[in-house]
Design a protein. Structure first.
Length: 67
């Protein structure tokens, strides 16, 4: 993998991590305020989708090592 490509993936991963943290903070705030459970559930689903994307990017960076 080229250095530039790996740097791009790391940048995208950092953005997704920040977005994941933002969703976490928003969900916690919604729970404290007593927001609608359906809205909270939707936010959690979006947060989980971001985590899945993060895992895919991490798998691209870390090479598979057959032990």
């Amino acid at each position: 993998m080229a250095d530039q490509e790996q740097a791009d993936i790391r940048l995208a991963l950092a953005k997704l991590r920040q977005e994941h943290e933002d969703y976490d903070a928003a969900i916690n705030a919604m729970i404290e305020v007593g927001c609608d459970a359906l809205r909270i559930q939707r936010m959690k689903k979006k947060k989980l989708a971001i985590k899945d994307k993060m895992s895919q990017l991490e798998d691209q960076i870390i090479p598979d090592i057959i032990a």
